[in-house]
Design a protein around this ligand. Sequence first.
Ligand SMILES: [Zn+2]
Length: 630
Amino acid sequence: MRAVYVRALQIRPCTRETPWSMLMCFDAFNPGSFHNVEQARKMMNLAFNFLELGPAALQQTQTWLIPMSLRQTVIDTVEGGWSACLRQYLRLHFLHPMSIQISGVSFTHDGTRYTIYAKLRCLLSDGEGLQQGLELVAYNGIRPCVRCCNVLMKGSGLAHRRRGFVEIGCADHKLFVEATPADFNNEVDQIVTAREEFARGDRSKASLDLLVKGMGLKVTAAGLPADKDLRGAFSCLEVLHEDWMHGCLQDGTMTGALSCLLEAWHSKGTLKLDAVEIFLKGDWCFPHTRRHLMVQLWRVFGYKARSSYLELSHHVKCQASTLLGLYKLLRHMVEVAMDPDTAALLQKERAAFFAACKVVDIILVLKRGHAQQPTCVRITRSLDKAADQQISKHVDAYGDQCIRSKHHRTQHIGPQIRALGFVFDAFVIERIHHEIEETFCPNTKAFETTVLRNVCAQKVAELNKTDAQRTFTSKTTLQGVVRVGAGAQHEGMHVHAGDVVFMGSEAGCVLAIAKNEFSSFVYAVVDAFSYIGDVTPTSKRWLPTGEIELWGLHRLEQVIVFFHVACGWPRASCLWSCKVSCSPLWSCKVLPIHVPPPLPQTHKPLKGTEKQNHKAEAWYADDDAVVVLQ
Ligand SMILES: [Zn+2]
């Protein structure tokens, strides 16, 4: 870890005048299962890292430092709530004489002393977290976005009266007027003063409420925005960071577009929701690390979900990480399984859904490394355009009924990535939650201390691992100087034998992972595919060639969904559930041991034994093609 810091310091030296940029995120976490939340242990976790360490280090949770884990029951006893707690913590971190901004943090590596100074650059949380931390009025208030001076709530009835004002359904980001830190501070001070006047009896409650509502801020004297000393260290407005994961995925714009499309497909077309379940139950293949989650995707449209809320509202509920696979599958379904008449009827609705998918597609491209490249500017500009189009197409199809503040906030994601040169999102904090969950302690008395101590011990153990232990995620064998295994991780991306991967415009199936013991270079042993043609605009057809190639692990991109079969839906199967034997290395063999036949093309759900019978039938291998959903 010290070596990582030293390398980063050599590339980007750091002094008190030119400090590093600190990324900080916080989020509430409910321990326990989905149905049995342990309220007594509900907590707010906060973690930080440095932008200069680079994306490789930032993708790994063990490089994130977790200085704070606070129970909600404790936060509730504090005047000013979470905002006041955050304020106290940030004062300690940036204003104390021994803080990282003033005296820096020193460490020694190979006999040399290094000091890191840092300034807060980003403060990220989900909408609710930012609301609590920065004391914002709910996003459906009259001023739903504190970043913009001229954006009003939908249906405010005011936008047309004042020149230059728009509402959140505005599909042209160029019309927004950005608020300055001085504007923000001024507004905060006005409200704090108004609160004092109200306490003295010099101002009515109605007048105070009007001010709070109009400015979109419910700040208090004890909260973070009101801290005048901290304003010297950073501006709340400038560090506020929108999270695309919550904006697009978790009950966000993508889920909205999907729900609306299903509703339209159901009411105007022929869709039955159980058909979606069957489609998702097809033998889709997913990357090894996600398989256990992804094979449960059908539950989003399962009988339980359908009977409790889906049939009524068509509102899709799903975790953000699973939605990344779900949207690709459902886009494929819309493209290949919608009959032509319905497709012609639902042109606008389809366009709205595809526009929402495009926003996520572009963010994923940026996340895979383009955010750090010169291509970032061009791609983020196309993201700006895609975010605008997402709104215009949605309004075109459904009117502005379903437009929410999340649509508007997505329009801020492009400029944000352009300025930072990195896609900073809440997937990091989600992984940190899991890390904390793994080290969980039963007590509630000294809960915070125990959690932090356990997490710290786990991090030290993780960092003390050797290179090979950190790279490989499976058992390995040493063949001469080459270590071979079935699974490995690189910058948080887990690759396993059987996964399909991209390297640039090429695709292939991973057979094994190999690493020379005397070098840090790790490569995937891949069966390279040859490209046959497009199936839909977002899926391609490839043929395994049997030619073994070595692809650098750092150059790979993982494919989230693929299937192996001829055509049609839900015919899908997995060829590469394989056993790798690697001795010697250069003659890796892949043995297809599980080749289930396709499910029949029917809308009738299959029962357990029925499905088993289908699997027992002979396979249909007259076409070996692999279809990859991009
Ligand atoms: Zn805005």
